[in-house]
Design a protein around this ligand. Structure first.
Ligand code: GLN
Length: 536
């Protein structure tokens, strides 16, 4: 039977619970255990797929095509294992399942209530991921203890512990110890109160992970241990890391977190094997090169909107021992006269995915600049579609080339809606989602990067390259280096006449990890480094 770890958070949101959950997953995996990670989100959206990036940051797409919370990206990047749609449940999903059962008559006329029907549904989602062969399931509960909307989830995990027995189950609680500048001291009261709140609903944390900006002395730790009813050595201090979130697992090992879990759950394992992870940190701490990459997007001010892209760039930097300076450029700002000077000293330009017209002309201007000045260019999803539009307009002479996403009645729809998307009206989980195969053309940059004939990459789109224009584009110098195996769908385009101009219909940023950077990100940064050195 699988053992269970629940991760809760207190005091404030954005404590990095997802990172800690991923880091714990990594430690257990490196101890030789089979681990599954999962997040339960208390909000009522069925999934974050329809949420605005301003609200929710990036939507992370799993291999099996679920639109999920971005913390799942941390889980995959830390553990290197793929998550699935069972790794993310929202309260919206739970309620819609309960109400669906009620409509079907599954409850046989009973009054349907939060307890036990909703809590049973939540528990079944936790059991579902604990498949045979799984040693440990780590379930992160979104939100903050004390939130009204999170109460059914916490009640469900309280019951869960009761049912599987406390030997098979443990709780990790993350809190914040703020430093009050005016008083010159740290404050433990918010932590005491959030643990108090947890205990009031019947959950006693086994390990307290304390997030802090400053060093915490022994007295502070002792005080928290005493008032939160946790052993002194079970108070783990997670001080802000100096260089990278990837230092977190090492900070946890240093304080014995791996062995605390090992003992508490009787896992009978030794120390985690961390050699390659230590190499990752060394590379981050001691870069030998420096490259500037412009990311031209619509949600540039939102810290988490392009999370996986920023992380994947860092992974490629780790491979090349290069510090990546990311220059975030608001796409719309490039639409003003003279604004392209913002791109003057960058070594590579990346246009990420996106939806809708706003900012697209600015992105197209950035792409034209990259193509003409031979600056390495990397387009992802919308970044590929706009590269096609730019090439259509400025190389093939199709002045009005565009996508039917921006203009349904256009004369040259070089990008158009996919046939099976044309009649889809419902939102949420209805795009072309998840992993599909892509066959690579011999002798192309894409094929050289992957070193394989066929790959699987994750998608999230409704529009595609319009095959009516394929011949014309090819004659003008665009190479279609990746196609669906039946040859019908364009997945990768590139320019042979350019040092590195590669754009993809999929989202490679969902498949990169610090120890195994994605081949296209790796080659893009390689090209940017060459450009930085030689201007070519
Ligand atoms: N809006 C485009 C489409 O739906 C691109 C989507 C994306 O970049 N993820 O096809």
């Amino acid at each position: 039977m699988a053992k269970h770890i629940f991760v809760t958070g207190g005091v404030v949101s954005s404590l990095g619970k997802g990172i800690t959950t991923g880091a714990v997953g990594l430690l257990l995996k490196r101890m030789g255990l089979t681990v599954r990670l999962q997040k339960l989100d208390p909000y009522l959206n069925v999934d974050p797929g329809t949420m605005n990036p301003y609200e929710h940051g990036e939507v992370y797409v799993t291999e099996d095509g679920a639109e999920t919370d971005l913390d799942l990206g941390h889980y995959e990047r830390f553990t290197g294992d793929y998550v699935s749609r069972d790794s993310n449940y929202t309260m919206g999903q739970i309620y819609s399942s309960v109400i669906g059962k009620e409509r079907r008559g599954d409850y046989l006329g009973k009054t349907v209530q939060v307890v036990p029907h909703t809590t049973d549904e939540i528990k079944s989602c936790i059991h579902k991921i604990a498949q045979p062969g799984v040693d440990v399931v780590i379930t992160e509960i979104g939100g903050t203890v004390g939130d009204i909307e999170g109460a059914p989830m916490l009640e469900a995990v309280r019951q869960f512990r009761h049912e599987v027995g406390s030997r098979n189950c443990m709780f990790i609680h993350l809190t914040l110890v703020p430093y009050i500048k005016a008083a010159g001291e740290v404050k433990t009261k918010p932590t005491q109160q959030s643990v108090g709140e947890l205990r009031r609903i019947g959950i006693q944390p086994d390990i307290l992970v304390v997030r802090t900006e400053v060093h915490l002395n022994d007295d502070t730790k002792k005080k928290m241990a005493l008032y939160c009813n946790v052993d002194y050595e079970n108070v783990i201090v997670e001080k802000d890391v100096d260089h990278s979130i990837y230092e977190v697992p090492l900070a946890l090992v240093e304080q014995g977190m791996d062995q605390l879990i090992n003992d508490r759950l009787s896992l009978a394992r030794g120390k985690p094997k961390m050699t390659d992870w230590i190499d990752v940190i060394e590379s981050i701490k001691n870069p030998e090169h420096h490259v500037k990459i412009a990311v031209v997007g619509k949600y540039i001010k939102i810290q988490d909107a392009y999370k996986s892209i920023y992380e994947s760039l860092i992974h490629a930097g780790i491979h090349h021992k290069a510090k990546i300076e990311i220059i975030r450029i608001e796409a719309e700002s490039l639409e003003k006269r003279g604004a392209l000077s913002q791109l003057e000293d960058v070594h590579g330009i990346l246009v990420p995915g996106g939806f809708g017209t706003r900012g697209t002309e600015g992105k197209i201007a950035a792409i034209q600049n990259a193509r003409e000045k031979k600056i390495p260019y990397y387009g992802l999803c919308l970044g590929m579609q706009l590269a096609v539009i730019e090439f259509g307009r400025n190389v093939c002479g199709l002045n009005d080339a565009t996508s039917t996403e921006f203009n349904t009645g256009c004369i040259n729809p070089v990008i158009h809606i996919m046939p099976d998307q044309a009649n889809v009206a419902a939102k949420g989980g209805t795009m072309r989602l998840g992993a599909y195969p892509c066959a690579l053309k011999e002798g192309t940059k894409a094929q050289a990067a992957y070193g394989q004939k066929q790959v699987n990459e994750r998608h999230r789109h409704r529009y595609e390259f319009n095959n009516q224009y394929r011949e014309q584009f090819e004659q003008n110098g665009m190479t279609f280096s990746g196609l669906s195996p039946d040859g019908r769908l364009v997945e990768i385009v590139e320019l042979a006449s350019h040092p590195w101009f590669v754009a993809v219909q999929f989202h490679p940023e969902f498949k990169s990890t610090p120890t195994n950077p994605h081949p296209l990100f790796r080659e893009f940064i390689g090209a940017a480094l060459a450009y930085a050195k030689t201007g070519k």
